[in-house]
Write a protein that binds this ligand. Sequence first.
Ligand SMILES: NC(=O)c1ccc[n+]([C@@H]2O[C@H](COP(=O)([O-])OP(=O)(O)OC[C@H]3O[C@@H](n4cnc5c(N)ncnc54)[C@H](OP(=O)(O)O)[C@@H]3O)[C@@H](O)[C@H]2O)c1
Length: 257
Amino acid sequence: MNTESPSRRRALVTGGSGDLGREIARQLIASGTDVATSSRHSEAPGVGERWHLNCDLAEASGAGRLVDEVRGKWGGLEVLVNNAGVAPGAITPMVHETDDAIERVVATNVLGPLYLLRGLLPLLRQAPGGGVVVNIASRAGLAPIPGLVAYSASKSALVSLTLAIAKEESDGKVYLAALCPGGIATELRASLFGRDDAAQQLPVGRVASLVGEIALHRTADGRPVRSGGAVLVTRATGVQVLDWRTDERGVETLSWR
Ligand SMILES: NC(=O)c1ccc[n+]([C@@H]2O[C@H](COP(=O)([O-])OP(=O)(O)OC[C@H]3O[C@@H](n4cnc5c(N)ncnc54)[C@H](OP(=O)(O)O)[C@@H]3O)[C@@H](O)[C@H]2O)c1
């Protein structure tokens, strides 16, 4: 195991075989970061130098294997991008959603990031300049979509666990933020809403570059992103930062900047 302090950042990007994960990995590699990716089935094609592990993050054992692999290969980690996620195969009213679809969505989108964070936070806490976690949630986690009830709820949970863990990690050793994109021009979007719709959505490169900005705790126009905060980006409104504050009475409020 290599326990030496690295001269380069090391990042784990889950869902690295998908449209967004591949682009996040590509941009991180271009910025000089060593990247590991994961997915269930396939190698992540075309992202340059990196290693890849096939594991099912909907199962605690899959996340555990990935944690062990990061510990064994690198012995440390600076950046975790929880990007792996699934949506149901079609827009479906709640009463017709199957047990299997609900369980798959919740397990992949909520339990996967939780298991990984549980295993990797100790490594991220040791990162020399502070560890960074970017959880890829969705606009649907803030503005739920009918026909995507389990998916919307799973992404709300991802935003919530980002804030909860940031509060636990309040000594500043790990910075966490949730990115909530509106529709992105990917196959996932096309499979739900059709190709014409997908072509109108956010380019993957724009969303991937936001991951890099958030990892530096700010947006491109210099707005700070507080640990535990969320960044919403849609094609129509651009970037908005959702921040939380506690007033002198201990009352917490969420506000947009
Ligand atoms: N596309 C959009 O409009 C949109 C909008 C907002 C947010 N998002 C979010 O952005 C992220 C990426 O979406 P995308 O459009 O790039 O989707 P995608 O192309 O379908 O990529 C999803 C990735 O997650 C992996 N994955 C799925 N289930 C997994 C599991 N159980 N264990 C491990 N890996 C798993 C997939 O690989 P395998 O299938 O090989 O496992 C794939 O690499 C997702 O979290 C999605 O919810 C997407």
